[in-house]
Design a protein around this ligand. Sequence first.
Ligand code: GDP
Length: 526
Amino acid sequence: MAGLNDEINRRRTFAIISHPDAGKTTLTEKLLLFGGAIHVAGAVKSNKIKKTATSDWMEIEKQRGISVATSVMGFNYGDYKINILDTPGHQDFAEDTYRTLTAVDSVIIVVDVAKGVEQQTRKLMEVCRMRNTPVIIFVNKLDREGRDPFDILDELEAELKISVRPLSWPINIGAKFKGVYNIYENSLDLFTPSKTQVTERVEIDNIADPRIDKAVGEKDAAKLRDDLELIEGVYPEFSTEDYLAGKVAPVFFGSALNTFGVKELLDCFVKIAPSPRPVSALERTVEPSEDAFSGFVFKIHANMDPNHRSCIAFVKVCSGRFERNAPYRHVRSGKIMRFAAPTAFMAQKKSVVDEAYPGDIVGIPDTGNFKIGDTVTQGEELHYRGLPSFSPEMFKYIENTDPMKAKQLEKGIQQLMDEGVAQLFVNQFNGRKIIGTVGQLQFEVIQYRLLHEYGATVRWEPLSMFKACWIESDDPQALEAFKKRKYQFMAVDRDGRDVFMADSNYVLQMAQSDYPAIRFHFSSEY
Ligand code: GDP
């Protein structure tokens, strides 16, 4: 039996992130094809929630179902065990994606060569930067007309605020695209548009090899040599250490749809990407190789079937060996629990597992015990720090329209907030409940789910607000004075912490300059 360390070292747990349409689903599918996890293209369903579907509730439910099915995809590739964690592309579910990023050890960012860095990618990169997550960038759709690769590199650096280092380089682009030179392996891959065909590789000794001229023509070969010289001059040599520290992002070019550049990406990825890393808990840093099992819940997904009020809690194993039916401690409640039917996700199938290792994700059927961020251990009092909640961007008052169902509503709101669908604040002045989200669609989902899963009907009332920020101060008097002055705009979050609800950017800026003793935080972890 392989030891714990071997199991840890062969694991690669990562997420692919991109702006919608850059090619995340296509790339995921091609990676699964290489891993033998699927056999036909088209097998991976996109979990995109389409904007047009917002009024069609069944459609949203269906789409949410797809997203649970594709939440984690595990497969073996050579000696490696790879876990891909899926992230919803739709920006209304950005919180979901942020939290998924707490459970991965590295990230692959997909960028469309024509569109460059788009808004959603920029935001997600901020989260990676906060956590020093190593990132690899895949510039996709080289078979289409796009931008000059040097311009793309400059844009990646400027927009994602990270140094980049190309590890492959395209020969032309669009209709004239001929292939990529793999800097990492010193090889030349020729492009043939194809959905399944394996790339044709030209054996070469080095960049001066005349076989390159023969393969792509003298003119393009000369340009390639010039480009590579420039790259070697401008970009420092690639350092795996800097990549692992989140300081430099290696860049690959290819076309996911044509399965081109994908295997090279994967081969480099398994070599350089980190195996499960130490995770910091409030109390101490936990090494994956410790004997005792520990893990945390990073995602909760409600059951699709409203008649079964059960959820799946997704637990990332952080240390030790997870075993089915072993007594584990749910730290927040202090309860000892045994998990009789933990599921793992291999290929496209979900099945009950007897054990899991650091880097793996286990799905635990749950009836309301778990909250996002909960820690499970073999007994130790540990609290993993999840990702902070970010200040939401849209706010509405939530109003009960059926007084007979107040209890159900309370429970429903409670559970949906545990799932991390949105954030709840209570205005201290008028006692009204405020729901904050990152997108309009979430209000619709909440209303729908409250009705269908809890039998509670609600109405939204508009609330014009710019930002909710957590406040604190070392000076209790200054804090009291501020709260008194702003009493109409003070709320508390679910943990009872003070939140200032600024109705405009101007008001917020004034408050910040008028009350220097107060610290304003835009995420809940400070
Ligand atoms: P996602 O929203 O990031 O998951 O993007 P998808 O993987 O669904 O891709 C969006 C669209 O781009 C689809 O129509 C894909 O077929 C297409 N696409 C993906 N990769 C490529 C590529 O390399 N070349 C071209 N021409 N189209 C691609």
